[in-house]
Design a protein around this ligand. Structure first.
Ligand code: BTN
Length: 364
């Protein structure tokens, strides 16, 4: 498996030219022996590397590194607005006025629901893209900030679990958003993110991905990716939201074994013989769909996504078992989700609603 330092080395080699061991060692601050060791690991991870005594190392086929310029270019192709690198964050929209304030003929300012120009940033390594955006949100506006990392040293999943991803074989990113509304209105947001991600995958030719309540991405009952939505703000708003998305693109066999649940990757969704997944284009597609969804959610909440969410739910109409936080199990048939994203279970004529919290859904 590639380590972050291996990743830095591969970036040095990504021009396809020969680089001496000495040169590489100096650039990444390792000994030559360690460079040689790390590059051996890279070969084991499936990278085609040539080494010639006296000339050094050369990559025979460059891996598709995440690259901010490539993501920006693809975003523009998809019709998204992109902020210039280093541009300041957009200004907050004009606050909505109370209905009873007389406007004296002045045109009412309307909140701007169009997605902002996205500020794209790609880094090799971070503790967690979501933790970083949350930290930044203390100091500045993160509306429309897209932050992706090749490797997270402390990736976080739901329920306080760790999120494992592989450098070069995953997509891990977070997007910051500002909503005028508060937590109640945003209850269904993480489900709507699932819809946006599934749409993005489909648009990139990766069909057959399903959702599992509340917001797992699954393929043939194996986990493909996850969503973590975190928010800060007053109960009635405004709120700052950080949406974190992790997707397995190409997980080496050892990595799959290390993860405690049944996992799969997008390479399996694409199928044998499919052309390799371009992570930069995929990241751009995900960001585009996500930003469009977030802008629409600000207008109408989860209601406009509920029908599509149900269509994409792997367990719609199926018998399931919910494990509640106290360990108790509730059985029923999935009737759907309501306008706030709560799961509706049917047990004969009885209907019960469950808010996501710590509940986990299993096949019955
Ligand atoms: C889950 O438990 O299913 C949610 C996983 C969310 C992982 C993503 S990866 C990018 C972002 N940064 C994190 O630390 N977590 C989220």
């Amino acid at each position: 498996m590639l380590t972050p330092i291996g990743f830095s080395l591969l970036r040095q080699l990504s021009d396809g030219a020969f680089h001496s061991g000495e040169d590489l060692a100096a650039k990444v601050g390792l000994t030559r022996a360690r460079v040689s060791q790390v590059l051996k690991q890279a070969e084991t991870a499936g990278l085609a590397l040539e080494r010639i005594r006296g000339r050094g190392y050369r990559l025979l086929a460059a891996p598709d590194f995440l690259d901010a310029a490539a993501v920006r270019l693809a975003l523009t192709e998809y019709g998204a607005r992109v902020a210039k690198p280093g541009a300041p964050a957009p200004k907050p929209p004009v606050p909505a006025l109370d209905d009873d304030i007389a406007l004296n003929g002045v045109e009412r300012p309307t909140a701007d629901f169009a997605p902002p120009a996205l500020a794209v940033e790609v880094v090799d390594q971070l503790d967690s893209t979501s933790s970083e955006l949350l930290r930044r949100s203390q100091r500045r506006d993160i509306h429309g900030a897209l932050l992706a990392a090749e490797f997270q040293s402390a990736g976080r999943g739901r329920h306080g679990r760790a999120w494992t991803a592989v450098a070069g074989g995953s997509i891990t990113f977070s997007m910051g958003w500002r909503f005028e509304q508060g937590a109640g209105f945003l209850a269904g947001l993480s489900l709507a993110v699932g819809v946006a991600v599934a749409r993005a995958l489909e648009r990139e030719g990766l069909a057959g991905v399903e959702l599992k309540w509340p917001n797992d991405l699954i393929f043939r009952h194996h986990k493909l990716g996850g969503i973590l939505v975190e928010l800060n703000g007053d109960a009635l708003g405004p709120s700052t939201v950080v949406v974190g998305v992790g997707l397995n693109v190409r997980l080496p066999r050892e990595a799959k074994k290390d993860i405690a649940q049944a996992v799969t990757d997008l390479a399996a969704v694409a199928g044998r013989g499919a052309k390799p997944i371009d992570r930069n284009r995929l990241l751009a597609r995900l960001a585009h769909e996500l930003a469009n969804m977030l802008a629409l959610y600000a207008e109408g909440g989860f209601a406009s996504f509920a029908a599509e969410w149900q269509q994409r739910h792997a367990y719609q109409g199926k018998p399931v078992k919910l494990i509640l936080p106290d360990g108790a199990a509730v059985k029923g048939t999935v009737a759907g989700v309501d306008a706030s994203g709560a799961l509706v279970l049917a047990d004969g004529p009885r209907r019960s609603r469950f808010l996501s919290g710590e509940i986990s859904l299993r096949r019955a």
